[in-house]
Write a protein that binds this ligand. Structure first.
Ligand code: GEK
Length: 240
């Protein structure tokens, strides 16, 4: 696994983008930056085993290199599912395609480079949005969730993982500080942490748990439950 050193040198920081340089070090970057990432990926497999309905579509919106899809496929390979992986970054998608095609049969896999806002969702028993809604303009988020809701089958689920804001200011600062300490303990320097933070400032806009729950309700979901949290990173499951 190539080590992420993208912010190791002092630099004029520009807005973060999912380009070649990021895609090249992505597995290392996400594991060292998102507390609980590996646990979520592995439990997505378990949740898929529980909720996948045979001969339906499973969507992975903002799939990056396809880690979530691979984990879900491992637990559901007997169900004749179609895995549809969407990402707007060409650098991610070409790596995702070449990796996943080694593990998932051709007729069960579709890897598409497009904006997830344009994705047609149909016959879906599971839609996963693992740390990607946060990169969409806030005002576009409800429309996307309504589209997901519409494309889910009865008893279908959306699994939504996000970085969170906290309404209590003291808790919010503590969660941010714990996250920074976790990045330090994963080998990032203070300069790397602060340059990455500046790069993400206008690009990753987190919501609170309450905002997510309210928006999911407005999109039509009957109920949503938080099933995972590690510091300010959490995952919810929303039921149709
Ligand atoms: C994982 N889910 O490993 N449409 C499609 N893709 C998008 C959009 C958009 N509008 N905006 C951003 N992306 C993955 C991790 S990473 C999270 C997801 C992170 C894509 C972007 O190109 C990137 O690949 C991904 O969303 C976010 O389980 O890096 O913090």
């Amino acid at each position: 696994m190539k080590q992420d050193k993208l912010y190791a040198k002092n630099q004029q920081v520009v807005d973060f983008a999912f380009d070649e340089a990021v895609a090249d070090v992505f597995p290392d970057m996400i594991r060292r930056s998102v507390p609980g990432y590996d646990a979520i990926i592995s439990q997505l497999g378990v949740l898929a085993k529980h909720h996948a309905q045979a001969q339906t579509n499973i969507y992975d919106l903002g799939c990056s290199l396809g880690a979530a899809t691979l984990s879900m496929h491992r637990q559901t390979s007997n169900l004749k599912l179609k895995h549809i992986c969407i990402d707007s970054s060409e650098s991610m998608i070409k790596r995702c395609q070449s990796h996943l095609q080694r593990h998932i049969p051709n007729n069960e896999l579709q890897v598409i480079c497009e904006n997830m806002e344009d994705t047609v969702i149909e016959n879906a028993s599971i839609v996963v949005i693992n740390f990607t809604l946060q990169f969409l303009e806030p005002k576009a988020r409800l429309k996307l969730l309504k589209n997901v809701y519409k494309g889910l089958l009865p008893d279908g689920v959306l699994i939504l993982s996000e970085k969170l804001l906290f309404e209590d200011a003291v808790e919010n600062q503590l969660q941010i500080d714990w996250h920074i300490t976790s990045k330090r303990s994963n080998g990032y320097s203070d300069m790397e942490i602060s340059q990455k933070r500046a790069a993400l400032e206008n690009v990753l806009i987190p919501d609170s748990l309450e905002q997510h729950k309210q928006r999911l309700k407005e999109a039509g979901f009957m109920q949503s439950y938080q099933w995972f949290q590690s510091f300010n990173f959490a995952s919810l499951i929303a039921l149709k």
